[in-house]
Design a protein around this ligand. Structure first.
Ligand code: FAD
Length: 305
């Protein structure tokens, strides 16, 4: 594996928008599906656990870090191309490591409509597929027509309709939950042309809404909890009297700006501090409303049961 750089003991806090968490024992940023396959093969031989990381904007990484190999799908897999289709629409191919917001901005540059919401989401294109990222009525599934992924044996390309997209879930999320290997390598999206001024105005409007309502200047992983059916997590948290709440002065706090976000003020809190607050909020909301909040944020590494 001479040509894939595998680093040891790499601090992960800088690879997570929560800005906390310990190191990866091994860390690599592959450039191709073949390299992904080779890394998994090596991990199998060495008996290393593997975690696939995108932009770390939906992960809380344990203070102990990850005792195995973190495969980061980032800048080395961030190709972006487009092709005009005969029907006037445009097909975009985006590498999984490309920032999803860059994909959104590319659509704006090409006067394509439907991906305006993507401009405000801080994840990677792979993470957006995995989570079926969405905002303000739009979701990744609206325009993704195919996904290329490594399925543990070979690289496959499947139609968007087979990706099992649902609310913040996908086939890939379910495969990961079953402990199966699946690494998203790229997606294709088809979007229609629109009016550039209107597209730019919508992007500005969504950005303004986001800036006004979300604590974008404080480390977090966005919405901490999934939207429970029939409710809004932030409203339930507010009704439990927890908006702005902190258990201690660790830095972990329910955002005073948006109760759905647990934030890490100054990046001072440990992952354990953040998780303790998340668990407390879950418990208090359940006591108050009977609704069991489910984490949207994904826990990475050992949190001690
Ligand atoms: C300020 C802020 C605002 C946010 N707003 C929104 C929003 O409006 N809507 C929304 O949906 N989300 C939002 N998020 C959450 C987050 O940006 C999305 O969930 C995003 O899709 C996660 O992508 P990522 O690359 O950061 O994934 P990561 O956090 O790196 O990983 C998330 C999961 O995806 C898996 N994964 C990532 N890449 C791959 C890959 N290539 N192959 C296989 N598995 C992979 C990981 O294993 C992990 O389980 C926000 C986050 C922040 C910090």
């Amino acid at each position: 594996m001479a040509d894939i750089n595998i680093q040891e003991n790499v601090p992960l806090a800088g690879y997570s928008t929560f800005r906390c968490g310990g190191p990866a024992k091994y860390f690599a940023e592959p450039a191709t599906g073949d390299e992904v396959a080779r890394l998994f093969r090596l991990a199998g031989e060495k008996n290393w656990d593997v975690f696939v990381l995108g932009n770390g904007s939906n992960c809380l990484i344990s203070d102990k870090g990850f005792d195995g190999l973190v495969i980061r799908i980032g800048k080395n897999m961030s190709d972006l191309t487009h092709e005009e289709l005969e029907d006037g629409r445009v097909k975009i191919t985006a590498g999984a490591g490309l920032p999803f917001a860059r994909f959104g901005n590319y659509c704006v540059e090409l006067s394509l409509t439907g991906a305006e919401f993507a401009c405000g989401i801080p994840g990677s294109c792979g993470g957006a597929v995995f989570m079926n990222a969405g905002a303000y009525g739009g979701e990744a599934k609206d325009f993704i027509t195919s996904v290329t992924y490594w399925d543990g044996e070979s690289v496959k390309k499947i139609d968007g309709s087979l990706c099992g997209f649902g609310y913040r879930t996908s086939l890939f999320e379910r495969l990961a939950a079953e402990g199966k290997d699946a690494v998203i390598l790229e997606f294709e999206a088809v979007l229609p042309k629109g009016n550039k001024d209107e597209i730019m105005a919508l992007v500005d409007e969504l950005r303004a809404k986001r800036t006004a309502s979300q604590p974008l200047d404080v480390p977090s992983a966005g919405s901490t909890f999934k939207r429970p059916e029939g409710y809004f997590a932030a409203k339930l948290i507010e009704e439990a009297g927890l908006k702005g709440f902190a258990l201690d002065d660790s830095g972990a706090q329910v955002s005073p700006k948006h109760a759905g976000f647990v934030v890490n003020n100054g990046g001072r809190a440990s992952a354990a501090d953040v998780l303790r607050l998340i668990d407390y909020v879950t418990q208090k909301v359940f006591e108050k409303s009977g609704v069991k909040l489910e984490k949207e944020v994904r826990l990475v590494g050992d949190f001690g049961g």
